[in-house]
Design a protein around this ligand. Structure first.
Ligand code: ADP
Ligand code: MG
Ligand code: ZN
Length: 478
């Protein structure tokens, strides 16, 4: 690759207020079309918007959590364009005086820390949704659903600081974690409360000026953002290789074909004719209020990661994985509180637990194994009631049925065999069944110990205590 990749991301996140930003309609997802509407969010003549204070509170929190400067004086602006899902004919947004500026997000890539700048965070209202009738049996009709109209959003605009699609994915992961930790957005991509536009350009290494960019619109998963960027990087590289110029345009990503295609060029771009919103007074953000919000800010992902590594002595990698979400971090801390072996607990969560959850496409919130049960399982291993291998079987059963480990072990008769005479019997069986290997062992091939351990474990259905098996086998074989 001869070119340096330059990426800047624009993320729209829905603030989790109960009501819309300028009226008291509900923001509840999944209601019947147009159930959450009123004259204000339908843009009827003569109505007046009133700013939702909670939305501003959340937006300030998001700015503080990403180290933005809060502009003491900020203003809403009208962004004018004509589209059926926008009943007023303009969107209330912020333009020359956004709420927050100059923040940053630290990401880790290839083991190194990297700081991505934030140009601005501003507040705006969402538009509605057009539904085209093909799927409803009315190919000749289009419908509009204004439930989303007026739902509060923040737009977070990054500086063009990312240099690969991996960095873009890591930025999105970290931003999502920050917004969730700060409890300002639930960042549910399926419900559209976290959406990303990706800007990407290439330039020859060493060149100072940025190349011409394409903007990839509204991609609805991190995986697709990365794929769309990778496709786009290759497309632009080919154009530049041929000595041609990249056209500045907005493109869409087709996830079924894995390609991007043009939506509109710069010439067709909207002239939004921004001007100050005359129906809303400028918002003066009181310093004391900002301080109060800052004091209420919960622990952020980065702080939690550092604390986990220091307090529990677990590797940085473990701390990263365990803090992806607040719920997972909470699960970890609860389990360690009940079974004070931080690294063992971490191994079980990162291994068995996350594997089962991933297979099931389930979130930790719906995990059928509560911290208490996992801690009890680890206690059973410590007490020698079951060995590590059996514990994995027990865990699978706990996950499937929601039962306690004690119940699973009892119901399935899985307690460990620690009775020496029983183990000796099994050892003798194994020796009798494998005379050739026994001879080899006795003529010096001591590597075969492992083979016999395996045989004994198999004959005991995994239930023999491994330490005892090892010791007794050595005696008997000799
Ligand atoms: P617009 O108003 O058209 O969205 P902005 O200047 O606000 O344009 O930039 C939007 C996003 O594009 C920002 O995230 C910024 O980092 C990114 N960006 C700007 N120029 C480039 C470029 N040449 N290559 C890649 N990203 C860019
Ligand atoms: Mg843009
Ligand atoms: Zn309304």
């Amino acid at each position: 690759m001869k070119y340096e990749v330059v990426i800047g991301l624009e993320v729209h996140a829905q603030l989790k207020t109960k009501t819309k930003i300028f009226c008291s309609c509900s923001t509840e997802f999944g209601r019947p079309p147009n159930a959450n509407t009123c004259p204000i969010c339908l843009g009827m003549p003569g109505v007046l918007p009133v700013l939702n204070k909670q939305a501003l509170d959340y937006a300030i929190r998001a700015c503080l959590a990403t180290h933005c400067r809060i502009e003491p004086m900020n203003r809403f602006a009208r962004k004018n364009y004509f589209y059926p899902d926008l009943p007023k004919g303009y969107q209330i947004s912020q333009y020359e005086l956004p709420l927050g500026t100059g923040g940053h997000i630290d990401i880790r890539h290839d083991g190194a820390k990297k700081r991505v700048g934030l140009i601005r965070i501003h507040m705006e209202e969402d538009a509605g949704k057009s539904i085209h009738g093909e799927n409803l049996g009315h190919p000749d009709k289009s419908y509009v659903d204004y439930n989303r109209t007026g739902v509060p959003l923040i737009e977070i605009v990054s500086a063009p600081d990312m240099r690969s699609s991996d960095e873009a994915r890591e930025y999105l992961t970290e931003l999502k974690a920050i917004l969730e930790y700060a409890e300002v957005s639930d960042c549910n991509m399926e419900e559209g409360s976290f959406r990303c536009d990706a800007n990407v350009s290439l330039r020859p290494f060493g060149q100072k000026e940025f190349g011409t960019r394409a903007e990839l619109k509204n991609i609805n998963s991190f995986k697709f953002v990365q794929k769309a960027l990778d496709y786009e990087i290759e497309r632009q590289a080919k154009i530049l290789d041929q000595g041609d110029k990249v056209v500045q345009e907005t493109r869409l990503y087709d996830s079924s074909k894995g390609i991007t295609y043009p939506m509109r060029s710069k010439e067709e771009a909207h002239d939004y004719r921004y001007f100050p919103e005359p129906d809303l007074a400028p918002v003066v953000v009181d310093e004391r209020w900002v301080r109060e919000i800052r004091d209420r800010l919960p622990e952020m992902p980065e702080q939690k990661r550092e604390r986990f590594a220091a307090q529990y002595g677990i590797p940085e990698y473990d701390a990263d994985v365990l803090t992806v979400s607040r719920a997972l971090a909470g699960y970890y801390e609860q389990t360690v509180g009940l079974h004070n072996q931080p690294k063992t607990v971490s191994n079980w969560i990162m291994g068995e637990l996350l594997r089962e959850l991933n297979n099931d496409n389930r979130e930790i919130e719906d995990c059928p194994v509560p911290p208490r049960n996992l801690a009890d399982l680890l206690d059973l291993i410590d007490k020698g009631d079951i060995n590590g291998k059996i514990a994995k079987t027990v865990f699978e059963e706990m996950y499937k049925t929601g039962k306690t480990p004690q119940d699973v072990v009892r119901d399935k008769g899985l307690t460990q065999i620690t009775d020496e005479s029983r183990i000796v019997k099994i050892i003798e069986e194994a020796m009798a069944a494998n005379p050739a290997q026994l001879n080899e062992y006795r003529s010096g091939k001591e590597k075969l110990l492992g083979f016999f351990v395996g045989q004994v474990m198999k004959l005991s259905q995994g239930q023999a205590n491994p330490a005892l098996v090892n010791r007794l086998l050595k005696e008997k074989l000799a």
